[in-house]
Design a protein around this ligand. Sequence first.
Ligand SMILES: Cc1cc2nc3c(=O)[nH]c(=O)nc-3n(C[C@H](O)[C@H](O)[C@H](O)COP(=O)(O)O)c2cc1C
Length: 324
Amino acid sequence: MPSPGRNGKRVQTDNQTKKRLKTAEGLLLFWTLFIGLGAVAGASGMLLDPSGKAMGMDGMLPYFQKLPFADVLFRNLFFSGIALLCVNGIPNLIAATLLILRRKAGVFLGGLFGFTLMLWICIQFYMFPLNFMSTIYFIFGLCQLLTAYAAYGFARQTEFSVRREDYPNIGTDKEKLVVFFSRRGYCKKLAYREADRTGAEVTEIMTGEKISGMFGFLWCGRFGMHRRGMPIAPICADFSHYAHVTLVTPIWVFAISSPMREFLRRAEGQIHHYDLVVCHFSNFRYLGAKREAEALLHAPAASFRSVRCRFGQFKEPQRKQKLP
Ligand SMILES: Cc1cc2nc3c(=O)[nH]c(=O)nc-3n(C[C@H](O)[C@H](O)[C@H](O)COP(=O)(O)O)c2cc1C
């Protein structure tokens, strides 16, 4: 469990992530049951009356003639029924069972079978003229896949933790400082790792603004979009005392996060030797953030690191890009 933040906000975020995970898993269970039971019902109808007359599907048979081996496999709906049962029916019910048993594989298989449904519907797009049922089921498959992706992400986030006691070397070199802002804890982890490596002291930029949850995300986005600073708590540090400072910030709307922007404005002319670390979701390097920090501090960054973080997994993009 991540340690509570100064104002308890981290705990609130953890509970929110758990709630979101529960909601996403519940929704995925709904999709797997809805698609699985629907497919079993449809397949049963086809197998009980392969002519399709009872279900009013006999008019569809001519369309099946476009498919390979149609004269053998699609003279009636028997093979289609078996295929529907094996591709969408039973697999989704297996995924639903695993989700009920709270097995990790349930989320993976739920997503996989959402994708399978989309492929299945692609065959229908090839066979039939554009129609409402195929289109809506394609969207259902996509929803199932995206729900599984969200559940996977939330599960990874709940496993993510940053505990100060895991970094014993922090604060052993009084000449170094790491300053960071972090909304969800990813930059906090990077900052702690860096401080543990160099022995630097650590200072967190705090804000009283609402930053957690969906509303917090949108609120932060508003500041980010307008390239504004965000009100922050005063930082009582004499930067001239430190030989080296490392700044760690998330990227917000393709630029430095607003609390870090505010900090840099206040620290103008006080920090001369610094490294900049930016953390973000996408694969870009965000060299613009380096330019912005240099402009605000009136000093060139000694080094620049761009780290991608997805659901708590860090990766540094390897793409070669010319530094300006
Ligand atoms: C308002 C907002 C805007 C964001 N914009 C971007 C973006 O433009 N590009 C990107 O890759 N990530 C973006 N992100 C994702 C964060 O940069 C990323 O999740 C980062 O790891 C968060 O670090 P933290 O947990 O320490 O706050 C944004 C996040 C927020 C809250």
